[in-house]
Design a protein around this ligand. Structure first.
Ligand SMILES: Cc1ncc(COP(=O)(O)O)c(C=O)c1O
Length: 344
């Protein structure tokens, strides 16, 4: 595809996590019970009815993944079929029609290819963030599912999410809940994130990177670290991550679990992580598409500040996991079967 953008020169090394308009996005419409063809467009504005259920009742969901430029110039997309499957589950939770998995991945590839110029070069540590989303639209006012939907995918180049990249940062345990015990915490839906804005703001005002949420039923166990999953490395070298029906099932977390077990020969467990048992961990971190692997230096729990490995240095297991994961994503380390989709 001919690219005629007048994009400003981007400083790949200092990219943050903010919206930069790229040239093309994919859009498809669901009408009268089926998806249309879907196509790329240069228009980054949506024109929707004021009655759209996405606007009033939060009938929407989204995904997030990244494309990486490898040393030999190939474009790697990390596990997009997993995002397609998770989006299907989010759609089902909100009574939305899902986008078929093969069509989802094909559309992701189309958008990435069309915006190839915006993929940060190998070696900068930056990547192209891919944001698929679906919204319920149309003339509605009653609380019921929409009859029409828009599915779109846009991309934007990003650097690291937490300031400092692979440097420890501090978090604090919020007294707010992110999601209800049997609510929508496991779905990637906007309402969860709207609910996290205030606790996130309070955390940042207190100089923490973000809020850590406890389980909403008992407030005794760690659930999420902002918009990332939690993992801890025990004194006995076991990789542990919370198991709960109200957290988002992180694709990065599942990947780290596999890597810890198969590449680092560690024990791996999903289980309860009690907030009053932090001494069992020698390292802890947050993981996600945006967060990648971010070491947690310290955690403020009420009036106590608990330091894991160090407030300034990265623990060896966290570093090994980071190196393994990013090595695979940027094409320097052999990926397990089916983890990488390339774009040509
Ligand atoms: C609430 C929440 N938890 C965890 C994650 C990590 O999930 P993934 O690794 O699939 O990006 C995300 C998204 O990045 C998230 O928004």
């Amino acid at each position: 595809m001919q690219n005629n953008s007048n994009k400003p020169k981007l400083d790949w090394d200092t990219l943050g996590f903010s919206y930069i308009k790229t040239d093309y996005r994919f859009i498809d419409r669901f009408k009268e019970g089926q998806w249309e063809e879907g196509a790329l467009t240069t228009d980054n504005k949506l024109h929707i009815s004021e009655g759209s259920p996405a606007l009033h009742y939060g009938q929407q969901c989204f995904e997030g993944m990244k494309a990486y430029r490898t040393k030999d110039g190939t474009i790697n997309i990390f596990r997009p079929f997993e995002n397609a499957k998770r989006m299907r589950r989010s759609c089902e939770r909100l009574l939305m029609p899902y986008y078929p998995e093969d069509a989802f991945v094909e559309a992701v590839k189309k958008v990435v290819k069309a915006n190839e110029e915006f993929i940060p070069p190998y070696g900068t540590g930056s990547a192209l963030y891919i944001r698929p989303f679906m919204i319920g639209v149309g003339d509605n006012i009653g609380l019921k599912p929409a009859e029409e939907y828009l599915f779109s995918i846009f991309v934007t180049p990003v650097g690291s999410y937490f300031k400092g990249g692979l440097k420890p940062s501090n978090f604090y345990v919020s007294t707010y809940d992110r999601a209800a015990p049997k609510g929508t915490g496991a779905a990637k839906v906007g309402g969860n994130y709207a609910a996290s804005l205030l606790p996130g703001k309070e955390a940042k005002e207190r100089q923490f990177s973000d809020a850590v949420y406890l389980d909403p039923a008992t407030h005794t166990k760690i659930e999420e670290v902002g918009a990332a999953n939690f993992f801890g490395i025990t004194q006995e070298d076991t990789f542990i991550t919370p198991q709960s029906p109200s957290i988002l099932n992180s694709i990065t977390k599942r990947s780290l679990m596999w890597l810890a077990e198969n590449r680092l020969n560690m024990e791996v467990k999903e289980g309860d992580i009690y907030i009053d048992e932090l001494d069992r961990f020698k390292e802890a971190g947050a993981c996600g598409t945006a967060a990648v692997v971010s070491p947690i230096g310290g955690l403020q729990v009420e009036n106590d500040f608990h330091v894991f490995y160090s407030e300034n240095e990265v623990g060896p297991v966290t570093r090994a996991l980071y190196n393994e994961l990013t090595g695979i994503q940027f094409g320097d380390i052999k990926a397990p079967e089916g983890w990488i989709e390339t774009v040509s």
